[in-house]
Design a protein around this ligand. Structure first.
Ligand code: A3P
Length: 359
């Protein structure tokens, strides 16, 4: 009994409460932090900027549009994060299936630790199951220590492949990536809904038409969408044992098949006994949109997920419709043709097809 309590506390990531200023900071640490922030401001001031969907502006950092907080995260990850060979990273462009995959990866890796009645997924929102590296790296000063997490450590990120340190992405390093992507037409609809909820009420709202125009020009947090997808796609082609590339649409069509792939990739393939015992179906069911979105903790009773000292998102915001093809309710025929043409052009010769799958 004592063992299961120990595991339970250690398997979940519970960021310590922070307020952005560690009260125990020494004078020297304060000065270092000040110098880091000044350096960040200098970098940001030199970057091309454009309209943000959540905040006022986003900045083009080495080819990708990100907020200053994410640039801070990228710098800290590069300087301080020490990947371990057993680490597994869930990577995705925003609104392409992070919440779902977080639950599935955690449930699959930890399936021997919990029963369905005491499962952390039932008690906490999927986003507190493991850290979101981009911003959780700076929840504690000077960087958050993730050493206490049990192997394999799981992390999520939206950062583009080319912006991550070589220590994480090089084919020679053993840590792995699971990438999930989605028809960009559904990604833009989902992202517009999500970002308008997070956008400060002091800023004028971004209309869907404006968001569409920005998205097509590559301008949205972590975008351009296509370059983001292609970075991980190419890595998956070069090193399939290092990067597993999944599509939201395939997962909706046959979740059990995708979960088997996921488990095998993570080195946790299901045994014949587990198959006979229906373990795959249990995981699929527990992590389904219907199950997760109906949990009290995800309906508004569970508080929020802390991304930064200032950004806290209610669990319920991660669940909207969970369908393929909702874009039909938002895009005109002309918009559909335009985005499909961009996708066709950007992905041509890559071997990747997106947006052609329909349930
Ligand atoms: P919609 O807005 O189209 O409904 P992310 O987790 O990357 O932020 O993506 C959010 C999208 O995934 C939302 O899409 C959300 O409803 C959907 N989603 C969340 N949990 C899901 C689940 N368990 N199964 C399928 N889709 C899910």
């Amino acid at each position: 009994m004592a063992t299961s309590t120990y595991l339970l506390h250690n398997a979940c990531y519970n960021p310590k409460p922070i307020n952005g200023h560690n009260q125990n900071q020494t004078k020297q640490q304060e000065e270092e932090q000040e110098a880091f922030n000044q350096n960040l401001e200098t970098i940001v001031a030199t970057l091309p900027k454009n309209k943000g969907w959540r905040g006022l502006h986003i900045y083009n950092y080495k080819g990708f549009w990100v907020s200053p907080e994410v640039i801070k995260g990228i710098l800290l990850i590069s300087d301080h994060f020490r990947p371990q060979p057993t680490d597994i990273f869930l990577a995705a462009f925003m609104k392409c299936g992070t919440t779902w995959l977080k639950a599935l990866m955690f449930a699959t890796v930890n399936r021997h630790r919990y029963t369905s009645s005491d499962h952390p997924i039932l008690r906490s929102g999927p986003h507190s199951l493991f850290p979101f590296l981009d911003t959780h790296i700076f929840l504690d000063y000077p960087v958050t220590n993730f050493d206490h997490l049990p192997a394999p450590r799981l992390f999520a990120t939206h950062i583009a492949h080319s912006l991550l340190p070589v220590a994480m992405t090089s084919p020679e390093t053993a840590c792995r990536f699971v990438y999930v992507c989605r028809d960009p037409k559904d990604a833009i609809v989902s992202k517009w809904h999500f970002m308008r909820k997070l956008r400060s009420k002091e800023l004028p709202p971004v209309s869907f038409d404006e968001a569409f125009e920005l998205f097509c020009n590559g301008v949205s947090e972590y975008g351009p969408f296509w370059e983001h997808v292609l970075g991980y796609w190419k890595a998956s082609q070069e090193s399939p044992e290092k990067v597993l590339f999944l599509k939201y649409e395939d997962m909706k069509r046959d979740p059990a098949a995708e979960v088997r792939k996921l488990a095998a990739f993570m080195g946790r393939g299901f045994t014949a006994e587990e198959e006979r015992g229906g373990v795959v179906d249990e995981i699929v069911k527990m992590c389904s949109f219907e199950s997760l979105s109906n949990l009290e903790v995800n309906k508004g009773g569970g508080g929020g997920q802390k991304f930064t000292a200032k950004v806290v998102v209610e669990n319920r915001e991660f669940f909207r419709k969970g369908k393929v093809g909702d874009w039909e309710n938002y895009l005109t025929e002309e918009m559909k043709d335009r985005i499909d043409a961009i996708t066709g052009e950007k992905l041509k010769d890559s071997g990747l097809v997106l947006g052609a799958t329909k349930l």
